[in-house]
Design a protein. Structure first.
Length: 117
């Protein structure tokens, strides 16, 4: 059974930092991508950052480039999102995603990030 356990969300003032973690277990397929998405109230879920396992390249939403960094601990099957210079508009529920070849795509339960002005 695939499980993604997220941690690290919370309340922070604008300009502050948070580090999200997502530990994956029960993986039975070849992982192609590990990523973070977010969903703010009344908005669609959007990609924040994604790591392509083959080659190690990364993709970031324009709104977080230069502020957020995605990384991975291969030994622990864990993906991180370091978030710096946080803004109130970063407030959302953040979800971890681990995906392989279709239809293998799994989501974490979500962790709330709230940035106060």
């Amino acid at each position: 059974q695939v499980q993604l356990v997220e941690s690290g969300g919370g309340l922070v003032q604008a300009g502050g930092s948070l580090r999200l973690s997502c530990a994956a277990s029960g993986i039975f397929f070849t992982i192609h991508t590990m990523g973070w998405y977010r969903q703010a109230p009344g908005k669609q879920r959007e990609l924040v950052a994604q790591l392509l396992i083959s080659g190690g390249s990364t993709n970031y939403a324009e709104s977080v480039k230069g502020r957020f960094t995605i990384s991975r601990d291969n030994t622990k099957n864990t993906v991180y999102l370091q978030m710096n210079s946080l803004k109130p508009e970063d407030t959302a529920v953040y979800y971890c995603n681990v995906a392989g070849r279709s239809p293998f795509s799994y989501w974490g339960q979500g962790t709330q990030v709230t940035v106060s002005s």
